[in-house]
Design a protein around this ligand. Structure first.
Ligand SMILES: [Zn+2]
Length: 386
């Protein structure tokens, strides 16, 4: 969870009522009560709402038909409605654990691991787990050995990947007071161990460019930094540059050619498809997910994004960064999930023009074999066990 997934307020009453009455088809209808249009006048109109609802249902049917895999979610509770949604959408998700010392439910590792495996067990094949280790213990003499022990125990229980997060590079310091970088020698044996087990490393390193730049309300991530100023690092003397953090990431790729790495959030190169392409060309062990960065693609000329996704159709995995937090209103949250899946399908799979956050977005109408890779088979290839 980095740049928070967008929230679309919708109608609660209609959702509960119709789900009680008519089950699946109607629950898709209820999800579609969320207005897609950002124009209040039009989204309040009943006819437009019905049109949006039908459009969302159609999009979700297309999405479900491909048996999609979302490689980037954060789910903190098992819930029957969540499971029902996974089954309705033929959806498999990769639940990603993160250690974050600022959030009570992310502070401790083992409770997250236990909850994650409970979710996998209750998911009946719809949920897989990406574990992590505790980077806040970096200065412990047994840090590396402990981390390896932890992830190997989790592999033995079925974890398919390991996540490292932006606190490496942007938060945690070593005993000399320097920010630790992802290619630190104490982390290297962990990467070797992941590769030796045939597992995948998911890296969320650095942040969108705007975190280092001047305030920019037009940037899709700007509101995140207003809510989470600890990650807005512009004008902080001595703070590592984004380039330095990503060079450390690239160093892992070069040093570990047998390690499969998925750089989440477009590999933190969200405004530069050419740079992503250069990384793909240089590092055959590198892929990316699209989680929480679809907005940036939508800001890029559609013909450029389309050509990129077709050329690199084996290297891009579908992910969202959607979350289900411990205290979430499940029905409301799942409306966001459905609405996000419908929007992403419309954008990638259809040639429709639709309104999103006040912008007109042109669907990319990607060929079916490319959709099949992005929404499903790339995930299976890059994260075996999914
Ligand atoms: Zn995330």
């Amino acid at each position: 969870m980095t740049v928070l997934s967008k929230r679309y307020p919708g109608s609660i009453a209609s959702s509960i009522l119709v789900q009680l009455l008519l089950g699946f088809c109607i629950s898709l209808y209820s999800a579609a009560q969320t207005p897609v249009s950002s124009n209040p006048a039009s989204s309040n109109s009943k006819n437009d709402s019905q049109e949006n609802s039908a459009a969302e249902q159609a999009a979700l049917r297309g999405f479900a038909a491909i048996h999609p895999i979302d490689v980037h979610v954060h789910v903190f509770k098992t819930d029957p409605a969540f499971q029902q949604m996974l089954e309705q959408l033929n959806l498999k998700v990769l639940d990603i654990l993160v250690m974050d010392d600022t959030l009570p439910y992310r502070k401790q590792l083992q409770p997250q691991v236990d909850e994650g495996f409970a979710l996998v067990k209750n998911g009946h094949g719809h949920v897989a787990l990406c574990t992590t280790f505790d980077p806040y213990k970096f200065d412990s003499a047994t840090f590396t050995a402990d981390a390896i022990k932890q992830i190997n125990r989790d592999f033995a229980h079925g974890a398919v990947a390991v996540k490292i997060w932006k606190n490496i590079g942007m938060e945690i310091k070593n005993s000399s007071g320097q920010y630790i970088m992802a290619d630190d020698p104490k982390l290297e044996p962990i990467y070797k161990d992941i590769a030796a087990h045939g597992k995948t490393l998911m890296t969320h390193l650095a942040e969108p460019d705007v975190a280092w730049g001047p305030p920019d309300p037009s940037d899709p991530s700007w509101s995140y930094y207003q809510e989470n100023p600890q990650w807005y690092v512009a004008n902080r003397p001595g703070f590592p540059s984004k380039q330095k953090i990503l060079e450390a990431r690239d160093h892992i790729l070069a040093e570990n050619p047998d390690l499969r790495m998925v750089g989440v959030h477009l590999g933190s190169m969200e405004r530069n498809l050419d740079n992503i392409a250069a990384h793909f060309d240089k590092y055959p062990n590198f892929a990316i997910d699209m989680a929480a960065r679809m907005d940036y693609l939508m800001l890029t000329p559609p013909e450029k994004v389309r050509a990129f996704l077709i050329k690199y159709q084996d290297r891009v995995l579908y992910g969202t960064d959607l979350d289900l937090l411990p205290d979430a209103d499940v029905q409301e949250t799942l409306k966001d999930w459905r609405s996000t899946y419908a929007r992403d399908w419309k954008y990638l799979a259809t040639g429709e023009t639709f309104s999103f956050e006040g912008k007109q977005v042109q669907g990319l109408n990607l060929p079916q074999p490319v959709l099949q890779k992005i929404f499903r088979s790339n995930a299976v290839h890059w994260i075996p066990g999914l």
